[in-house]
Write a protein that binds this ligand. Structure first.
Ligand code: UDP
Length: 425
């Protein structure tokens, strides 16, 4: 069984922590790897955005296919929409030339949903969509967000036409039903997976030494794409309100394009008297993050919205408690009072209060850390990959149900389902 994974606007191999490169990139790559491990053949389609090979092997059974559409250079996400018809046409052409057709198209984000829908219809295979973020959600999360109506219009069309939608949290499922008219039977929730062989607790003293951090002073950590929706300003103010003056607030993420926001945060830290406490490390490689999470006393996720929030789960996997906004997927990953705290307000005081509680109680922190690590087992990729495989099987069966069709490329529905069940074991 071959899967066409569509990630039009961003490549899963792009450096992480940039403005457009975060959770979705990690997710697409890791899910594809896991499906490849199970035995699926996965082609990930992305737009050609540099002098790069058209086809690249990225893992056993997984290839990255770069499709020509617009300039072969990095361009703003918003302008990629102009090149989507070309992207869809060239992706179809590539798919049609394949010796074995794809059985399922799985698209990520609305732009891919648009192009992936065309590929799926042309190939007469089911289309599974995952939005990762939704325009309506962003507009409702933060007063100054203005996602264009055009995006929301396209999202509604993608919802209407998709065979199935996967959400990473119940919150997003309810949202799709309420604001996008999704059919409850169309939406299925499968959480994101985490690489638990990468994210596990490291020795704190060693981690701090390697990162040049004081071995004894409190360390607060924030990780992500540096953008306003992440609420880092709330965290800077919360840190400034701590009674403790000898802490470090480590901010990880953000490339050149986050220059303006970083400047604003630096000015804010100076105005609030904590400039010397805040350290910006910029974007770091995914592989070095376990060191950061292990060095921290608390990881803070003060976002206005997170559809899932991989950072919170990665931190918990490293045995570090999380103080997070009570929004989106964080509500289902962080257990309030067990693995961290969930803050219902988007203001610094309640964050500061809970940070004080954790920083002043090493035993509580340690207990939360142990519970946190235990809580992430359900996000192990082998488990999530099998759930997705079973879901593909279900969607595939639905698509061919009653058509009398023998299935794709000589694989009968029964044989496919049996293979998936065997692989999931
Ligand atoms: N990340 C990284 N290096 C950085 C910043 C972020 O590898 O410098 C990764 C982080 O480990 C996580 C992802 O980017 O896997 C961010 O995902 P999350 O779901 O937290 O946020 P999103 O990007 O989806 O808004």
């Amino acid at each position: 069984m071959r899967i066409a994974m569509v990630s039009a606007h961003t490549s899963p191999l792009a450096p992480l922590g940039g403005r457009e490169t975060g959770g979705m990139n990690v997710y697409v790559l890791e899910l594809s790897r896991e499906l490849g491990r199970i035995g699926f053949e996965v082609d990930i389609f992305t737009r050609l955005d540099g002098v790069l090979p058209a086809i690249e092997d990225v893992a056993p059974n997984v290839r990255l296919v770069r499709i020509e559409a617009g300039p072969a250079a990095l361009i703003e996400k918003e302008t990629i929409v102009d090149h989507l018809p070309e992207f869809a046409t060239n992706m179809r052409r590539f798919a049609a030339a394949q010796p074995v057709p794809y059985g399922v198209v799985h698209s990520h984000y609305w732009q891919s949903g648009w192009a992936g829908g065309i590929l799926a219809r042309a190939s007469d295979v089911p289309h599974v969509v995952m939005f990762h973020t939704l325009g309506e959600v962003k507009n409702r999360a933060r007063i100054s967000e203005h996602e264009p109506v055009q995006r929301i219009h396209h999202e509604r069309n993608v919802v209407r036409r998709a065979d199935a939608i996967v959400t990473a949290s119940d919150h997003e499922r309810v949202f799709l039903e309420r604001y996008y008219g999704a059919d409850p039977g169309q939406v299925h929730t499968i959480p994101c997976g985490i690489d638990l062989d990468l994210f596990y607790p490291r020795d704190r003293t060693m981690a701090r030494e390697q990162l040049g951090l004081d071995p004894a002073a409190p360390v607060l950590l924030w990780v992500g794409r540096l953008e306003k929706l992440k609420g880092v300003d709330i965290l800077v103010s919360a840190a400034a309100q701590l009674a403790e003056r000898d802490f470090t607030l480590l901010i990880v993420g953000g490339d050149d394009r986050a220059h303006a926001l970083r400047g604003e945060l630096e000015a804010q830290a100076a105005a609030e008297g904590v400039a010397a406490n805040v350290r910006f490390d910029g974007a770091v490689s995914h592989d070095s993050l376990p060191l950061y999470y292990s060095a921290a006393d608390v990881v803070v996720v003060p976002s206005y919205y997170e559809s899932f929030g991989l950072v919170a789960v990665e931190a918990m996997a490293c045995g570090t408690p999380v103080v997070a906004s009570r929004v989106g997927g964080l509500q289902s990953t962080v257990a309030d009072g067990v693995t961290g705290y969930l803050i219902p307000w988007r203001c610094p005081e309640p964050f500061s209060e809970k940070l004080e509680v954790l920083l002043n109680n090493p035993e509580l922190r340690a207990n939360f850390g142990i519970a946190a690590r235990r809580s992430v087992e359900r996000y192990r990729w082998s488990r999530i990959g099998s759930e997705m495989a079973a879901f593909y099987s279900h969607v595939y069966a639905d698509h061919w149900h009653g058509s009398g069709n023998e299935g794709i490329a000589g694989i009968s529905r029964e044989a496919f389902e049996a293979a998936v069940v065997a692989a999931a074991r």
